[in-house]
Design a protein around this ligand. Structure first.
Ligand code: SF4
Length: 339
């Protein structure tokens, strides 16, 4: 397919098949860039031709879970744990509003110190004071809790399925909570959240076939925000001696996801930026349309070490780099910058 044919193909609700996804995942060299150009056209046609900048507030690095790959897993005693106060969280959200960021993303480990009522109150205040959409990325809570957060004003959820192959999932999650996570995704979609999910590239024994299933799962479950990042071997975890996931494979997976779910919001993941700075921005050029800048106060940010040497995705550096690469930012951010 060429030029307009590509756009007609996707406009007619045609969707690519598993074999096509596996082919894209296998690409290398110049060929992969030809496919990336196709993804870029599809992205610009079906979504927007600018990058949305969202504000990420990592408000607690306590976690009751023990995922094998994660630097803030419960059993890692070598990090400083922190929780931001309600006031600090709200002040960070106000800063985001001032800068013209278009969504507040509240992220934490699974930390039950924050009761439902605490989070509901934080969400309500942020909504009242900033009028910005609020996303929550707080792990597995009960379905009732997710309903309460929705009623308090949260409109998006982020909960990565990590791998839809149950064996791979169980291998890296000691509590083997596969069905719970999938149920949360289905439930939050059914009550009107815009759901976000994603997976890790480079898990032990993972194949292209598995990753193609991950992408098809997200298409079929109406996942509208897709985050795909490489595995990063993190110190003081069971995975510390593992090989990092492949940058090229991650880029190919993003490309395949864009072509399979053309209208998706896709953040350029921090994990990709950590392994390769340039690929982070290339992914924004070709397939991704969102960047989450980290506005967690510096005293805390360094301790949200889900993996080592995590890239600092800073607002002003992001702006500078997007400009250098002729990538536009959203009108809302442009307006704030011109004030
Ligand atoms: Fe906790 Fe999420 Fe890390 Fe798992 S991946 S240990 S749920 S923060």
């Amino acid at each position: 397919l060429k030029g307009k044919e590509i756009l007609d193909f996707f406009s007619n609700n045609m969707t690519i098949e598993k074999e096509h996804i596996k082919y894209i995942l296998s690409l290398n060299g110049k060929e992969r860039y030809l496919m990336y150009e196709v993804a870029k056209r599809v992205k610009n046609f079906f979504t927007v031709d600018y990058v949305s900048i969202k504000a990420l507030i990592e408000f607690s690095n306590y976690c009751s879970k023990n995922c094998d790959y994660c630097g803030i897993r419960r059993d890692n005693l070598n990090i400083n744990r922190y929780r931001m106060s309600n006031e600090e969280i709200i002040n960070s959200a106000l800063k985001a509003k001032k800068w013209g960021l278009d969504t507040i993303v509240l992220q934490s480990g699974e930390d039950n110190f924050f009761k439902d009522e605490d989070l509901m109150s934080i969400i309500k205040i942020i909504r009242e004071k900033t009028k910005l959409p609020v996303s929550i990325s707080i792990g597995e809570r009960s379905l009732e809790s997710y309903l309460k957060f929705k009623k308090s004003g949260a409109i998006r959820t982020l909960i990565k399925h990590e791998s839809i192959n149950k064996e791979l999932f169980d291998d890296i999650h000691p509590d083997k909570n596969y069905y719970n996570r999938v149920n949360i995704l289905k439930y939050t979609d059914s009550i009107g959240y815009v759901t976000g999910s994603g997976f890790i590239v480079g898990l032990p024994n993972q194949t292209d076939d598995d990753m193609a299933d991950d992408i098809i799962f997200m298409r079929d479950e109406n996942v509208r925000m897709i985050g795909i990042g490489p595995l990063i071997a993190s110190k003081n975890t069971p995975f510390e001696n593992m090989k990092n996931g492949s940058v090229v494979k991650t880029m190919n997976a993003c490309c395949a996801a864009r072509l399979t779910v053309p209208k998706a919001q896709m953040p350029a993941t921090t994990a990709l930026g950590t392994l390769n700075y340039n690929s982070h921005y290339e992914s924004l050029k070709y397939f991704c349309n969102v960047v989450m800048v980290n506005i967690t106060p510096d005293i805390y940010r360094k301790n949200y070490n889900i993996y080592d040497n995590k890239a600092k995705i800073d607002f002003f550096e992001t702006l500078k780099e997007l400009k250098k690469r002729n990538l536009k930012v959203s009108p809302i951010t442009m307006k704030a910058l011109s004030r």
